[in-house]
Ligand binder design. Structure first.
Ligand code: SF4
Length: 185
């Protein structure tokens, strides 16, 4: 008997598709999570202009391996999104370590049998003091994930469409809204 079949017999629950209720239960109440919605990936908006904002105006452009130009273009991201049927949009507390939380969630959801799961966070990568962009080799490939905006997702329109708050900040004293997205299956 192959090891894959043996594992299936030993863990029959692992092959059952996670329900929306189970996904919500895995995420709600986690430190840093304010709210979440299960959405259709077709409601995640990509746009060519998002890449401009990274390339012209963001000091992180080209500075880490999970930022442009190393990330999928908006067009590639659209194709990727169209491979999925369910996504989870998560609204985070302003102090939350979004990238670490979505990476942990991706792993937990994967281990529950959702083999396609992939997480996107918010902002640049903070796992290393400096990113070895010249080598092209990430030091923490299991945890480093791109932000939504780095992949050409219009976070403003996507969040508002899902009924979440997000505004252009007028001063540095204002509290930002951060979001993460988990593509499930
Ligand atoms: S984990 Fe380190 S090496 Fe990988 S993208 Fe982030 S900063 Fe770069």
């Amino acid at each position: 008997m192959s090891s894959t079949i043996r594992k299936s017999i030993n863990n029959p629950g692992r092959n059952k598709k996670l329900s929306n209720k189970q996904l919500v239960e895995m995420i709600k109440g986690k430190s840093g999570v304010k709210d979440l919605r299960i959405i259709s990936p077709s409601d995640v908006i990509t746009a060519a202009w998002v890449r401009l904002k990274c390339q012209f105006g963001c000091g992180g452009y080209g500075e880490c391996l999970v930022c442009p130009p190393f990330t999928p273009t908006p067009r590639q991201t659209r194709q990727i999104l169209d491979d999925y049927h369910r996504a989870i949009l998560i609204h985070f507390d302003a102090r939350a370590k979004v990238k670490a939380i979505v990476a942990d969630l991706e792993k937990s959801i994967f281990l529950r049998g959702a083999w396609k799961v992939f997480a996107l966070g918010s902002g640049p990568c903070y796992f290393c003091r400096s990113c070895p962009v010249e080598s092209g080799r990430c030091k923490y490939p299991q945890r480093a994930r791109p932000s939504m905006e780095a992949c050409g997702i219009d976070v403003f329109t996507t969040s508002r469409k899902a009924g979440f708050p997000i505004e252009v900040l007028q001063t540095t004293g204002q509290c930002p809204n951060y979001y993460g997205l988990i593509l499930v299956d």
